[in-house]
Write a protein that binds this ligand. Structure first.
Ligand code: CDP
Ligand code: MG
Length: 766
């Protein structure tokens, strides 16, 4: 039991009587931790998941004398962790529970009494914009720093600067695993305290059933087998996506009916966007057996108590940027060894556990040791966009734990100005601000913004989701022809993007709300589609729809993204896609060969439906460099679409200005090019407004000196008559020099015609 006395400003004595659960390993080190915090500005605390870091450290900070006039702030990578842990700590503090509050993007329960504030790291970053020194806090705990999300890295960078200006601020960084040296290094060798976790042996079993395309069914089979062979016990099943979780829960519920799972068993989903009530059920102790089906939120940030068995698919949805193809994808990927170990560790907390991995031991050994920090797997354009939005400045100057390369940063800036997200001075444009808020690849965000104007959001969200995953079509080497034949059922004749739309439509019919899982599986088999990727596609599509719906609720400048009820013309969809793909256009040179941006030669990918029949101009969703530069995901486009979307990037050159008597203006031939490709070969435009000086000279010479002004002007008629008379006189008298030559006449007009007169209209206004 901890206790501390304080005198606040009013002279009242404040007594904190804080209770600790001594069964939690971190509480064995309490005295040392409190002392180290008091003596150092930055402390790093490493300890196994479940050792009590998140729930106990804020209480220790109170005991150490902080959180009186200012708050103890504790960041969490996920909303669900911020809210559920706030509730837990409030509960642990009993009657002091009102001291604990939380703030997340769409909700808060902060009062003037709040001393311990849990929040997502995104919230603290946003607060730092208005309060750069974070003056509302005397302790900041960056929890789960091992996750190394961009937000965490931004905060670690900011704090390096803030602690210099605020010697009174304490910073605690917690990490579930190793790599704590890295944090210590950026914070001037801050002390590291390791908390040993009390763990029991976990029996790890590998079950590899081959193709791995149906991990939901495989996981359910393992759940049943564990219950049958090992007896009932609380279980944690790891799935990569929300959709997988829902399917898994449904399948398990059916097994209850058939007796494979005890009837009293609680089957509970757990993922980031789960509603509050449903979250709480996961943490409630219950006399009945519990099966929790979770994403990686249950890996480290949330500890579900009492778990005896873990079933691990070994998969998660992890953002990855392909620097070569310049695409960001959110594929379902094999997690690192460190993550696998974390997941297994979840069942060794209360007693010996069993972890069933749905992959082979070789597969495990073949995995990377750790997940790369997000900054090293991100599209720098996205990082810059977010940093600019948060006012963090130039990434080249930011004190990152792991700095991105300067080439990548330059490239990022270039892409952002191409997407019209930033201005020349590197401030955000209006659409840049929206793009920064949408958690999507900036190119996709740009397409969605254009789609909003083109009224084709329904189609664009489907295509954008398709571009975020790996192609769901499979072509097994020994059955390529068969696969191609089967794919014809939904292959477009004109555009690979339309193919996605057609496939989506067909698939919705079999797998949509009224369809069945079995039918969907059968359809995939027959049509050489990966069932798993089709599911990923629908999952991401759902996410994008949610992101756009949330944007309505944005307080500053809400944008409504309204889906079109009737199908949009394909041209509109293509224009939206083109807005994010300007760098990927091509002009035909030869059948399947195109001249791309910066004179690069592109070849249509042989698998594209446009192969062999591409038009004069194409765009590609991806340029992939292998033996040559291939254009993948291709559509024929109309060149006239390009210029309006690329006004900020087009270069214009002018030639052959000449006087047009009929129009009464000087025109010039204008050529427009984008990245070295001529998109408008030659059109005549009014030269006057472009170059008044030169236009005026041509006007004077052709219209006035040479008499081609057109219309009736007494002065001109008189001058011409006079000239004619003088010429006649010159001939009769054989005397030279009576008539002025053209140059003299030009000068005559030039001195009399004002500088802003360069065509008939401006002459008439005199
Ligand atoms: O942060 P760390 O992983 O070190 O542990 P923690 O989240 O502080 O969890 C400490 C203990 O509190 C674990 O035994 C959790 O099961 C329990 N806990 C809980 O029962 N309900 C919550 N909402 C949060 C934590
Ligand atoms: Mg924790």
């Amino acid at each position: 039991m901890g206790c501390s006395l304080d005198r606040d400003e009013g002279g009242y004595v404040v007594v904190f009587d804080i209770k600790y659960d001594d069964a939690l390993p971190i509480n064995n080190e309490r005295a040392r931790i409190i002392q180290t915090i008091q003596e150092n500005q930055v402390v790093i605390i490493a300890g196994a998941t479940g050792s009590g870091k998140t729930t106990q450290l804020p209480k220790m900070c109170l005991d150490a004398g902080f959180g009186r006039k200012k708050m103890i702030g504790c960041t969490q990578p996920r909303r669900i962790a911020a809210t559920s842990i706030a509730e837990r700590v409030a509960h642990e503090l009993g009657e002091l529970g009102s001291l604990v509050g939380y703030k997340i993007r769409f909700g808060a329960n902060i009062t003037p009494q709040t001393r311990i504030k849990f929040m997502t790291d995104g919230i603290l970053l946003a607060e730092a914009q208005g309060d750069p020194l974070l003056r509302g806090y005397d302790v900041i705990i960056i929890d789960e720093a091992h996750e190394r999300s961009l937000n965490i890295d931004f905060l670690l960078g900011l704090l390096q600067n803030i602690i210099r200006k605020r010697p009174d601020l304490k910073v605690i960084i917690t990490s579930a695993t190793i790599d704590t040296m890295k944090f210590a290094r950026v914070f001037h060798n801050a002390p590291i305290i390791e908390v040993s976790g009390r763990t029991y042996p976990v029996d790890i079993r590998y079950v590899d059933d081959g193709d791995g395309d149906d991990y939901v069914e495989a996981a359910v089979a393992q759940v049943l087998s564990l219950i049958r062979k090992e007896g009932a016990g609380d279980m944690l099943v790891f799935m990569p996506t929300e959709l997988d979780i829902r399917e898994c829960v449904t399948l398990l519920e059916k097994k209850v009916a058939h007796g494979g799972v005890p009837a009293s068993c609680e089957i509970l989903p757990l993922f980031g966007r789960l509603a509050g009530k449903a979250q709480n059920r996961v943490f409630r102790t219950s006399p009945h057996m519990k099966i929790v089906v979770a994403t990686n939120v249950a890996e480290t940030s949330l500890t579900v108590p009492g778990i005896k068995y873990v079933v691990d698919t070994g998969l998660a949805r992890i953002l990855s940027y392909n620097a070569r193809a310049k695409t960001t994808k959110l594929p379902v990927t094999r997690i690192s060894r460190a993550s696998c170990d974390q997941r297994a560790g979840r069942c060794g907390r209360v007693g010996p556990g069993i972890c069933v991995r749905l992959f082979s031991a070789d597969d495990y050994l073949d995995r990377s040791e750790y997940t790369l920090p997000e900054i090293l797997r991100s599209n720098l354009a996205d990082v810059i966009l977010r940093m600019t939005h948060l006012g963090l400045g130039d990434p080249a100057k930011f004190p990152f734990v792991d700095s991105p390369s300067s080439v990548a940063i330059q490239d990022g800036y270039k892409l952002l100005s191409e997407l019209q997200a930033i201005r020349r001075d590197r401030t955000l444009t209006k659409s840049g601000k929206v793009m920064a808020r949408l958690p999507l690849d900036p190119r996709l965000a740009c397409m969605i913004l254009t789609a909003r104007g083109e009224n084709c959001l329904t189609e664009m969200t489907i295509v954008a989701a398709a571009l975020s995953i790996q192609d769901p079509r499979v072509r097994p080497p020994e059955k390529q022809q068969q696969a191609d034949e089967a794919h014809k059922a939904f292959t477009s004749k004109v555009s690979d993007f339309e193919t996605y739309l057609l496939l989506w439509q067909k698939y919705q019919e079999v797998a949509g709300p009224s369809g069945s899982q079995n039918k969907a599986r059968k359809y995939c088999k027959e049509h050489f589609l990966s069932f798993q990727r089709m599911r990923e596609w629908r999952d991401i599509h759902h996410q994008i729809e949610q992101i756009l719906r949330q944007e309505h609720g944005n307080k500053q400048t809400p944008l409504r993204f309204v889906k079109n009820a009737s199908p949009a013309p394909l041209d509109a969809v293509h224009r939206a896609i083109l807005s994010g793909n300007l760098r990927h256009i091509g002009m035909r040179k030869d059948k399947n060969f195109y001249l791309g941006a910066y004179q690069k030669e592109l070849m249509l990918f042989p698998g594209s439906c446009v192969f062999g029949k591409g038009g004069g101009w194409i765009m590609a969703g991806e340029l992939v460099e292998t033996s040559r530069l291939y254009a993948r995901n291709v559509a024929t486009i109309k060149p006239e679409w390009i210029e309006p979307l690329a006004l900020h990037l087009c270069k214009k050159t002018y030639s052959s200005p000449s006087w047009r008597k009929k129009q009464g203006i000087v025109t010039v031939k204008e050529q427009v090019s984008l990245f070295g490709l001529v998109i408008v070969a030659g059109r005549f435009v009014n030269f006057g407004p472009l170059n008044p000086l030169e236009a005026r000279e041509i006007f004077i010479q052709s219209a006035l000196v040479e008499g081609n002004l057109g219309g009736h002007y007494t002065f001109l008629t008189k001058n011409i008559e006079l000239l004619a008379r003088l010429e006649e006189l010159e001939q009769r008298t054989r005397k030279r020099g009576v008539v002025a030559d053209d140059a003299q006449i030009f000068d005559f007009y030039a001195t009399r015609i004002p500088a802003d007169v360069f065509d008939r209209g401006s002459l008439n206004r005199l």
